[in-house]
Design a protein around this ligand. Structure first.
Ligand code: ADP
Length: 499
């Protein structure tokens, strides 16, 4: 076991790393070229494992296996309830390994162990169970024609899916995509983020143990511009489902367009507004706002990084927020009193720090934070800027770190207008006791999810995704299921029928 000197942490809680190879057609294998890549513990920058680095050749072999499993294998032909049984078994096995999986995401991604144990892994399990429940409820419609035709629709699995997933929620993202595709009867290749592939490989192992037929769920670890690009350019993949940056989303859509016009689902960046009205409970609002930007170290696409506060409570809000930000505890993700662990890697650390410099240069006032925390690892203090203008880069660009921009507003109309003045449209928060205000603002904001007097509250049944350049289609909920199904219309003539 790797116990990298974690305070108060029993060494057995830090897991052995058992799976580091590609998972193709039911077996763990080295990459064809034998290459590996390093995976690093963001608490200290130390290499914790080397994992297989797949490339286009490995993707080729994998797609062949997934294609065969789709064209000739049992998975798409089973009844929905048979698929559901295997998915429930898969979920049971995750439950039995819950702590180990949470610990893997913590050492791999700097994520809070307690959260992993109580939220991330249980949510992953919930996705499997939710979509298992949908697997046997796939049916089309009988269509009423004005002519003498009998027609109906069939819902069929879309085929071989490529899932390209990010590093901020390795387990939730994995099942958010894999679970509905499994339920639909698809076969798939998953490319986890190169920074956080360990839990994905563990899930592949558990899938096999649960009885998932070979070739249905394959995991190819590797770099985005190599393995990821090979997936999005592949001629025999029917759909690519991507979550990540807007920049890479564009590349994936281009690749899909120039290859085989595969179906594309994109969940991309955000710069989500949180709008706090004068009648809000200031303590609650300050906590929601701080959590909205510092939860998961701000590495969350729906982070509420633009905070609009109505003028009547502005001063009091800022005072409380700064107090809370100063009390927000950074530290080891395995320590149960820690609120925030390290950023994922050096690249993201540098990016966030450079945005803090940009904020200062643009003339915003830094009230708290702005510095690295500790002497090793990639920790950044929660950082609060005021005197921020709407067109500053810190107020318009996605930072993906614990950096908040606070802006003052007077009227509801102004708040709506300014909140909507973004190229993104992923989420928004509203804090008010006035139902009419909450209703009006939620209907006026162009984003995929609105939280009223709460933030980050998700459920397997809630669809989410983007408006504008935050992407299109929805993940989660039944909307996140239907995109993995094709609709086929079957028409026959009706003869001698009374109607
Ligand atoms: P970030 O910039 O936050 O790391 P990315 O959008 O780059 O987020 O990464 C999300 C996922 O997309 C990762 O699995 C990554 O490997 C993959 N990826 C990165 N570049 C490409 C690319 N050119 N084509 C396909 N996938 C990519």
């Amino acid at each position: 076991p790797h116990n990298n000197g974690v305070n108060g942490m029993a060494s057995h809680q830090i897991p052995d790393i058992k799976f580091t190879k590609l998972f193709i057609n039911g077996s763990f294998v080295d990459s064809i070229k034998g290459r590996t890549l390093e995976t690093v513990d963001p608490r200290n920058g130390e290499v914790i494992a080397r994992i297989a680095e797949g490339d286009a050749e490995d993707v080729e072999v994998t797609v062949k296996a997934a294609r065969e499993a789709f064209d000739d294998g049992p998975w798409p032909r089973m009844s929905g309830s048979q698929r559901a049984r295997i998915m429930h078994k898969f979920a049971d096995l995750i439950e039995q390994n819950l702590e180990e999986l949470a610990a893997l995401d913590s050492i791999d991604g700097g994520k809070l162990f307690l959260w992993g144990k109580s939220v991330d892994i249980p949510t992953a399990i919930e996705y499997l169970r939710y979509y298992a429940g949908a697997a046997d409820k796939v049916h089309g419609e009988v269509l009423k024609s004005i002519r003498s035709l009998h027609a109906y629709t069939l819902k069929e699995p879309i085929g071989v899916v490529g899932h390209i997933i990010p590093w901020n929620f390795p387990s939730i993202m994995f099942f958010l995509k894999v679970a509905p595709a499994l339920a639909a009867g698809c076969t798939m290749i998953v490319k986890p983020a190169e920074q956080t592939s360990l839990s994905a490989l563990f899930y592949a192992h558990l899938a096999k143990k649960a009885g998932l037929p070979d070739g249905v769920l394959n995991v190819v670890t590797g770099f985005g511009h190599i393995a990821g690009a090979a997936i999005s350019n592949h001629m025999d993949i029917d759909m690519v489902s991507f979550t990540g940056s807007t920049e890479v989303g564009r590349l994936i859509m281009q690749a899909a367009a120039t290859s085989n016009l595969k179906s594309v689902s994109l969940e991309l960046g955000g710069k989500s507004p949180m709008i706090i009205f004068d009648d809000a409970d200031v303590d609650q609002a300050a906590m929601l706002a701080l959590n909205g930007v510092a939860f998961n170290k701000g590495e969350i696409c729906v982070a509420g990084s633009r905070v609009y506060v109505q003028e009547g409570i502005y001063d009091e809000f800022v005072k409380k927020l700064v107090e809370k930000a100063k009390a927000w505890k950074l530290g080891d993700p395995f320590d149960s009193s820690t609120c925030q662990g390290p950023q994922i890697d050096m690249k993201q650390f540098d990016k966030v720090m450079s945005y803090i410099d940009i904020g200062r240069e643009e003339g915003a006032t830094l009230l708290t934070g702005g510095k690295r925390w500790g002497t090793k690892g990639y920790y950044i203090e929660p950082t609060v800027f005021v005197d921020v203008k709407d067109d500053m880069r810190i107020a318009t660009e996605e930072i993906f770190g614990p950096v908040m921009s606070i802006m003052k507003f007077k009227t509801i109309e102004e708040a709506i207008k300014r909140a909507n003045a973004s190229k993104y449209g992923l989420a928004a928060g509203i804090v008010t006791k006035d139902l009419n205000v909450a209703n009006r603002v939620s209907r006026s904001i162009r984003s995929g999810i609105i939280w009223i007097n709460c933030y980050f509250d998700f459920d397997a049944d809630f669809p989410y995704g983007g408006y504008k350049q935050s992407g299109f289609t929805r993940d989660s909920g039944m909307d996140g299921f239907h995109k993995y199904l094709q609709v086929k219309t079957v028409v026959t003539p009706l003869q001698d029928s009374p109607w």
